[in-house]
Design a binder for this molecule. Structure first.
Ligand code: PYL
Length: 277
């Protein structure tokens, strides 16, 4: 998992309104709407519930320590979605204890290995990688105006790619897996074979060949420039949760409204909605 830098996230809070409008133009839904679509929830009902749902974002000093602006940005995204969210005054154990003592409904916190949401009432866990893959797959479904029976190339077979592939299968898409580490693609194909449509999963071993052949791509790799500019076609639609973005600035200009990417927002929205379930 790529560790975010403050420079990756420092402008997120100030651009939430703009990014929300851009998502609306690309998918017909907002951050909240896409997250509700990902989890099959009615947006109107969710709107009524979010403002009374209290989430404490707890800084974690373990490992490489705190990333400046990380917790503040997570809380800003949650407040933008309508949640009653705050950054705890205390980190680590003290922050967790304070959330319980203040009867918070949930905690969100991240060490160097996992970023999770914890529902303190029903003891559920929302994992950022799983939620991110699920929400970006839902965004691709919306951009495609229904991904059912479409072939989708999933680049990157890690936790985010796995959640995305599973969500795409459940949406009726025909999933094609590609990873620079072939055993990772094979292992994921095996794990997904138990789901409806999982037995039809195809593995592409040549990334450039794969990118040239598919119009819908879910880019979930931790590498920059995964998709070379010369392979980006006029009909391509890409949802890219991978950090850093696997497409160059020139590639983004070619794709324009046919690309969705962010480094934290949609994943946090998915985590929050999954905590409400
Ligand atoms: C959650 C992000 C998404 C991509 N990489 C993940 C990452 O950067 N994880 C590390 C987060 C550390 C947060 C730090 C703090 O400020 O509380 N412990």
């Amino acid at each position: 998992m790529t560790r975010l830098k403050t420079s990756d996230i420092s402008n997120i809070s100030s651009r939430l309104v703009t990014c929300n409008q851009e998502l609306l133009a690309k998918t017909g839904r907002t951050f909240l709407g896409i997250a509700c679509h990902a989890y099959g929830k009615d947006e109107i009902q969710i709107r009524h519930r979010v403002e009374s749902f209290c989430i404490h974002v707890v800084p974690v000093t373990a490992g490489q320590g705190i990333i400046s602006d990380f917790c503040e940005t997570v809380a800003a995204i949650l407040r933008f979605l309508g949640f009653n969210a705050l950054v705890s005054d205390l980190p680590d154990t003290s922050g967790v204890a304070l959330a319980f003592e203040n009867k918070a409904d949930a905690i969100m916190m991240a060490d160097d290995h996992r970023f999770v949401g914890l529902n303190l009432n029903i003891r559920s866990v929302a994992d950022n990688s799983e939620a991110t893959g699920r929400v970006f797959a839902a965004a691709l479904d919306l951009m495609a105006k229904g991904i059912e029976n479409c072939e989708v190339l999933v680049l990157g077979c890690g936790p985010v790619g796995e959640a995305a592939a599973q969500t795409l299968l459940s949406s009726g898409a025909r999933v094609v897996l590609c990873d620079i580490h072939l055993p990772a693609a094979r292992l994921l194909k095996e794990r997904l074979s138990v789901y409806p449509g999982g037995n039809k999963i195809v593995i592409e071993e040549d990334l450039n060949m794969a990118v040239s052949n598919y119009g819908y791509v879910l880019e979930a790799t931790p590498a920059a420039n995964t998709i070379p500019d010369e392979l980006i076609s006029d009909h391509m639609v890409i949802a890219a949760p991978g950090v850093p973005l696997g497409i160059s600035k020139k590639g983004c200009q070619i794709l324009k409204d046919r690309l969705i990417h962010d480094k934290l927002e949609l994943g946090v929205a998915g985590m929050a909605i999954s905590l409400l379930l």
